[in-house]
Design a protein around this ligand. Sequence first.
Ligand code: GLA
Length: 374
Amino acid sequence: MAKWFNAGLIIATIAFASCNEKQHETSATIGTTKKEWGEVDGKQVYLYTLANKAGDVVTISNYGGTITSWVSPDKSGNKNSIIIGFDSLSSYRQDPPYFGALIGRYGNRIGKAQFTLNGTTYKLAANNGPNSLHGGIQGFDKVVWAAGVPDSAQPSLTLKYVSKDGEEGYPGNLDVTVVYTLTDDNGLKIEYTATTDKPTPVNLTNHSYFNLTGNVKNTILDHYLQIDADKYTPVDSTLIPTGELKEVKGTPFDFTTAKKIGQDFNSVPGGYDHNFVLNRKDASLQKVAALSDSVSGRTLEVYTTEPGLQFYTGNFLDGKFTNHDGNPLLIHTALCMETQHFPDSPNKPDFPSTILQPGQTYHSVTEYKLSVEK
Ligand code: GLA
């Protein structure tokens, strides 16, 4: 068995605190602990709890690599989760729209569910109108990942998945590793690496939905958002980029200085679901966005090495699912900031390439950093 399996695992008692009718972990012994959480396709699924010195607690399952909650104190010291989600595996098996999950092999859409690479056309599953979304019918969000706790000074979790040649129509065996780390200064860091044995598109992300108030009775329209992007990629009626990189200046897409998400909302039919072209000179880890909310006093900064950020305002949430806090997840009650390469890049030669070649290593880092006003 690989060395990283279970090395440094701290067995600890997890304290539970009541949160309306539901329960989820709000405090735990510092380190990483795990508990059995059910089975999928005969494979054991676990729920891991990462707790840091500052008292933040993040729970992650090896089913879909899903972050199920991130509990932190608000400005009054009340603890609740800024990530929406559920307490049971069975809820995640009812196909919620990617809540908290790892997305792959290709985050966001590939137009007409196909692309041509080195003269061969690859057909993907069309699971979103004519397009392929978030890796296909059984993307990385719906598989059981091998999990282990690395020997690390900070609470962390390593997940591994081998996506077979031909899976969901993609070429090449893709070996993927994702490491989640909860830092002592309340950063949730996600580090992705992957290798392949045939050229293939790769675009990995995490699909957490945030509501900084921790209470989905509040929509996210009063949150303030700043995105360091002078341009975005406009889309057609099926949400595929037209190929243009459009200036945000003078449009509802201008988040270059912090603005209330609801401010220009009426001018964006359906709500925001767009890829922002991040201002960057190189691929270093850089602060690209900041989300804040005055109810909780919380701020969430986003750092990434990626060139794009999909800002999605939960436009398709319809009340079918119920959050940890017992409230239905209605439209615009949560938002996503998915760090990524641009949608449909395999069909857009002018976009930064998403093709991974054999012998290369895909490497991408994103960190969500949480703070609260005192
Ligand atoms: C992404 C997409 C959205 C939607 C959600 C999941 O954010 O851009 O259009 O598919 O995922 O519902």
